[in-house]
Write a protein that binds this ligand. Structure first.
Ligand code: XMP
Ligand code: MG
Length: 184
């Protein structure tokens, strides 16, 4: 669905479907260049990164493989605590592989710093991060994100895989919600 279909729920569109698609193409081109001839393993973080992964890997012109992890981050409300539990682990042995984590959004960076620590113990040849969106707090964290789609303001956003209470993932544009939706 498009933002126009949800005009009662949305406050502001940050990026349209077309803008997101254009940015994905640019990022895929950079990743193609950097991983030329290396057959990287893209590790998507469920569920939010599904759209980013699907579009990114198809925009690439070189071979890659895909695997998925699901994690839950313990914490009160909408902020994560850094205590992360693996709900679904990789099925691929990443020893000696060039691994690129594909994430939807980084807020505090705590989830990703746990993931990076965990995956490093498995001896990948290289380990980098691609995140479609990054909030200001993440810029101050220790996590080094090689590929960032957009730096966004510190607001809760939905669409392109990002949800509020499980909804809006299938919104093709990226937007903030009206307060009435939270309060309802
Ligand atoms: P940290 O703080 O560990 O959190 O970097 C990253 C995870 O928090 C979720 N998150 C959001 N989800 N809209 C969402 O739908 C948002 O604006 C948002 N900010 C953080 C998300 O699951 C991400 O993986
Ligand atoms: Mg996520």
């Amino acid at each position: 669905m498009r933002a126009a279909d949800l005009s009662d729920d949305l406050e502001r569109v940050l990026y349209t479907q077309e803008e997101v698609a254009g940015r994905i193409d640019e990022m895929a081109a950079a990743i193609d260049r950097d991983y030329k001839g290396r057959d990287p393993l893209l590790v998507g973080v469920l569920n939010g990164a599904v759209m980013t992964m699907a579009d990114l890997c198809r925009a690439m012109t070189s071979h890659c493989q895909m695997d998925w992890m699901a994690v839950s981050s313990y914490g009160a409300g909408t902020k994560s605590s850094g205590v992360v539990r693996i709900l679904k682990d990789l099925t691929t042995d990443i020893d000696g592989r060039d691994v690129l984590i594909v994430e939807d959004i980084i807020d505090t960076g705590l989830t990703l710093s746990y993931l990076v620590q965990n995956l490093r113990t498995r001896n990948p040849a290289s380990l980098e991060i691609m995140a479609m969106f990054r909030k200001p707090e993440a810029a101050g964290s220790a996590v080094d994100v090689k590929y960032v789609g957009y730096d966004i303001p510190d607001e809760f956003v939905v669409g392109y895989g990002l949800d509020y209470a499980g909804r809006y993932r299938n919104l093709t544009d990226v937007a903030t919600l009206r307060h009435e939706v939270y309060e309802a």
